[in-house]
Design a protein around this ligand. Structure first.
Ligand code: DQA
Length: 143
């Protein structure tokens, strides 16, 4: 099984962002964990991060021909990027939306997700473990 993990805007500086919200982990530590979990689950993972919306969209397009499942954390784009919604809508494989922090209990504007109604699953507020849960759900075919 092949899974793409797409992290969006500002997630490259994860280790410098508020540790009470994001846990202090760096993106590279997070990706290392994801690759380890994937190895244990015997699936192939590609982790990508970008601060450029168009690149995020293009990686969704690339996933059309490669992935059996997709995990997305579009960062702040989650709350307003209709371009990312359109790109995710193209995917016919299961998509799981993950947020490290509990966006549902933060500012009002973070409670809205443009991916609503498209994703097979949504995991918020579980920190890095959210990505592990998403991988497990995809591998077990029960997102
Ligand atoms: C985030 C939540 C978003 O609201 C925020 O803009 C981020 C990170 C999360 O993982 O908790 O950049 O997606």
């Amino acid at each position: 099984m092949r899974i793409v993990v797409l992290n969006g805007v500002n997630l490259n500086v994860l280790g410098r962002r508020d540790p009470t919200l994001y846990g202090g982990i760096t993106l590279s530590e997070l990706e290392t964990r994801i690759y380890e979990w994937a190895a244990r689950l015997e699936c192939t993972v590609r982790c990508r991060q970008t601060n450029h919306e168009g690149e995020f969209v293009e990686w969704c397009h690339d996933a059309l021909d490669w992935a059996d499942g997709v995990i997305v954390n579009p960062g702040a784009w989650t709350h307003y990027s209709w371009a990312i919604r359109d790109a995710v809508e193209l995917l016919s494989v299961p998509v799981i939306e993950v947020h490290l922090s509990n966006v549902d209990e933060r500012e009002e504007w973070r409670r809205r997700s443009v991916l609503e109604g498209l994703v097979a699953g949504r995991i918020v507020g579980k920190g890095p473990e959210g990505y592990r849960e998403a991988l497990e759900l995809l591998v077990q075919g029960r997102p």
